[in-house]
Structure formats: structure tokens, C-alpha cells
Design a protein around this ligand. Structure first.
Ligand code: CP
Ligand code: NVA
Length: 306
């Protein structure tokens, strides 16, 4: 049994398989062809933080694969009232086939997975957001071809999404140029990296964007860090992706953002709403990539169906 708790949980060859399946599942969906490999399977989705895309893509995705999805949150379940994660994992995994969790510390999803009878997917933790980068890399490949050897510019906070890009760079062999304000630099151990070969840090965000094939950013204040909001607004003022910054990247560079975005903060409207932005494809691909992921975790390889 496999879990998907961080990028490193799967290898390059498995990602290549998942991207082939994503393409196949997406094409079928676009042709309105029914595909129900997960008939009678149940996904439980546990949310300890807010979500639009992750909930929608997992819930719609499971229905489209023939299964059903149940939504639990900490406000109106026993999860918010101190039931041990290990006990919740035992019970939930006896009544379902696959579980997705969005929570705070990575340790929580790891403890859950350690006591689960079924595959567990990380739907975002403070440390990682692997489903996002799965869809992002698929989106890059769809628009520009292989990502190996390319340069991704990360502008802003070294948060969960940044850490996941850094893990992906080691697996897919591309480079990340990271620029964070002072005091918000990458923590390689927290990012779960094997080394420092696949990224470079820049004090000047403009220099990080120079010649990049993909420029990406995220909110200045992630969920769970709201208490730091005021301070972060001051610290991140110069870390905005605008047209001037995009002009330094490759002329065919794409812009990505996991969303939700704050125009006028981490990104200028002219960029996110401009011709280089692929954010709507990126958001849609969450659906297709996660359908491929759930199919793989539950049924293994289906090469014959490709
Ligand atoms: N990108 C992303 O995970 O969005 P949600 O917070 O809306 O799920
Ligand atoms: N870094 C953001 C991503 C939201 C999808 C957060 O954790 O809030």
C-alpha cells in the first residue's frame, strides 16, 4: 500500500506513468465518456483548513470515477475535540477506501498514515502541498514539454508550495531559483531535501526571475500563519511578480499560482490575467491529476487501459 504524503513518496517513473494516465483520463472526461474504475469506493476528505480547489477537485473527481466522497471538518466532527489522530485513522480507514487530509503539521498526516489501513493523500500541510505540484508539473509539460533541465523561479515565501517544488526539482532534475525576503529563506531540512544542488537562493527577486522558464509565487501569508500577517505585509512588499519581472524571464515563460491569489500583493493583475498566465489550466489539472493519483493508489498500474 502506498501513501502520497510528499513528492518523495513516488519516483520519477511513477510520475511519468501518472502523467500518461492524467492525459488519458482528461481526454476521456473531455469527450464525456463515462469511466468508473472506482465504483463503490469511498474517499474520506478531512479538512482542518479552508479549501475551494482541493475539496472540489477531490470530491468531483471521486464521483467522476464512479465512487463517492465524504467531507469531514474539525468544526463539526470529533476530530476537533481531541480524539487522537491514531484512533481516527483506525476508524476512518475501516469505513473507507482512501483518505485525503488537509491539516497543519506534516507529522499529523504521517501519524494518520501510520495507523491507516488505506492509502492516505496529503491535501496540504504546513510543510508540503504535493497534489498541487503534481498538477503544476503536468500543466508545464502540457504547455511546454519536459521540465527536466528547466528553471523555475519561486518568488516569495519558502512555504509548503515552495518546499514541494524543491522536492520535485530533485526528482525531475530541474532547477529552482528562489527569492525570499530576509528571514524567510529555505530550510532544507524542513523542505525534506536530499541536497542543495537543485536550487539557488537570490536576494533580488528580479535576478531569480531572469531567464526562468516558469515563474511562480504564492500568498505572502499561508493558512496557519495569520498572526504574522501584518509583519509579512511589510516584509514581502518587494516580492511581487509584475510585468517588469516577467520581462526578465524567457520570452515563452509561463506564470503559475496555486490560487487563491491576491492581485496587488504577490502578483500584479497584469501578470495573472495576462497572456503568460496558465493558472486556470493549472487549477483544472488538479482534477485530472488527482483522479490519476487515486486510481493508481487504489488499483495500481493499468497500462492496458492506456
Ligand atoms: N490551491 C489550492 O489548494 O486551493 P484551495 O486552498 O482552494 O484548495
Ligand atoms: N501556501 C498556501 C497555499 C494555499 C493553497 C497556504 O498554505 O495557505
Amino acid at each position: 500500500m502506498k501513501h502520497f504524503l510528499q513528492m518523495q513518496d513516488l519516483g520519477l517513473e511513477e510520475y511519468e506513468y501518472l502523467f500518461r494516465r492524467t492525459r488519458w483520463i482528461k481526454d476521456k472526461f473531455k469527450r464525456y465518456e463515462r469511466y468508473w474504475p472506482l465504483l463503490d469506493r469511498t474517499l474520506v476528505m478531512i479538512f482542518e483548513k479552508a479549501s475551494t480547489r482541493t475539496r472540489l477537485s477531490f470530491e468531483a473527481g471521486m464521483h467522476q470515477l464512479g465512487g463517492s466522497a465524504i467531507y469531514l471538518n474539525t468544526r463539526d466532527s470529533q476530530l476537533g475535540r481531541g480524539e487522537p489522530v491514531e484512533d481516527a485513522a483506525q476508524v476512518i480507514s475501516r469505513m473507507s477506501d482512501i483518505v485525503m487530509i488537509r491539516t497543519f503539521e506534516q507529522e499529523i498526516v504521517e501519524r494518520f498514515a501510520g495507523h491507516s489501513r488505506v492509502p492516505v493523500i496529503n491535501g496540504l500541510t504546513n510543510e508540503y502541498h504535493p497534489c498541487q505540484i503534481l498538477a503544476d508539473i503536468y500543466t508545464f509539460i502540457e504547455h511546454r514539454g519536459p521540465i527536466r533541465g528547466k528553471t523555475v523561479a519561486w518568488i516569495g515565501d519558502s512555504n509548503n508550495v515552495c518546499n514541494t517544488w524543491l522536492q520535485a526539482a530533485e526528482i525531475f532534475d530541474f532547477n529552482v531559483h528562489v527569492s525570499t525576503p530576509p528571514g524567510y529563506e529555505v530550510e532544507p531540512e524542513r523542505a525534506g531535501l536530499y541536497g542543495t544542488d537543485h536550487y539557488e537562493e537570490f536576494t533580488d527577486p528580479m535576478e531569480a526571475a531572469r531567464d526562468a522558464d516558469l515563474v511562480t509565487t504564492d500568498v505572502w501569508t499561508s493558512m496557519g500563519f495569520e498572526a504574522e500577517d501584518e509583519e509579512r505585509r511589510r516584509d514581502f512588499q518587494d516580492w511581487q511578480v509584475d510585468a517588469e519581472m516577467m520581462a526578465l524571464a524567457q520570452s515563452d515563460a509561463v506564470f503559475m499560482h496555486c490560487l487563491p491569489a491576491h492581485r496587488g500583493e504577490e502578483v500584479a493583475a497584469e501578470v495573472i490575467d495576462g497572456p503568460q498566465s496558465v493558472v486556470w489550466d493549472e487549477a483544472e489539472n488538479r482534477l485530472h491529476a488527482q483522479k490519476a493519483l487515486m486510481e493508481y493508489l487504489l488499483l495500481g498500474r493499468l497500462e492496458q487501459a492506456e
